[in-house]
Ligand binder design. Structure first.
Ligand code: MG
Length: 158
């Protein structure tokens, strides 16, 4: 039996913060605002994994009101989500992510993002997909106000 979960997240682009996506620091004039490192890719994927197990969401397990998560490495949260679903009898089998951002172009960073996410999930890189799209100038993504991410994860019974 397999189970599928969906995750979504968005963060605001601001000056004076690093842009961290999928565990990689991406050179850019702006970064993402947030309590943790604001890695929107790791957050969406964490929610997809938790969702597949009907195990709540990132906010219930790692609340942004808790000082222990201030500046947190969000790839660590992703690993913690794998442990949470493992305790419920599941393992992550596969993940697919779409990052929505207008700039910068993520193409050169995608292999490193896939490798970092696959390592966190304990999967071969072939089981982890990362894609990037612009929003064709439309909406908050198109205006460069923020970055959004959609993620899907499949779990199998351990
Ligand atoms: Mg978030």
């Amino acid at each position: 039996m397999s189970r599928t979960g969906i995750g979504y997240d968005s963060h605001k682009l601001v000056t004076g913060r690093p842009l961290i996506l999928g565990g990689q620091t991406i050179p850019h004039s702006h970064g993402l605002a947030g309590h943790s490192d604001a890695d929107v890719v790791a957050h969406a994927l964490t929610d997809a994994i938790l969702g597949a197990a009907a195990a709540g969401d990132i906010g219930t397990h790692f609340p942004d009101t808790d000082p222990q998560w201030k500046g947190a490495d969000s790839v660590g949260l992703l690993r913690a989500a794998c442990d949470i679903v493992a305790a419920r009898g599941f393992r992550v089998a596969q993940a697919d992510v779409t990052v929505l951002l207008e700039r910068p172009r993520l193409g050169p960073h995608i292999p490193a993002m896939r490798a970092a996410l696959a390592a966190a999930l304990g999967l071969p890189v072939e089981q982890v997909s990362v894609k990037a799209k612009t929003n064709e100038g439309m909406g908050f993504v198109g205006r460069g106000e923020g970055v959004a991410t959609l993620a899907v994860a499949t779990l199998e019974v351990r």
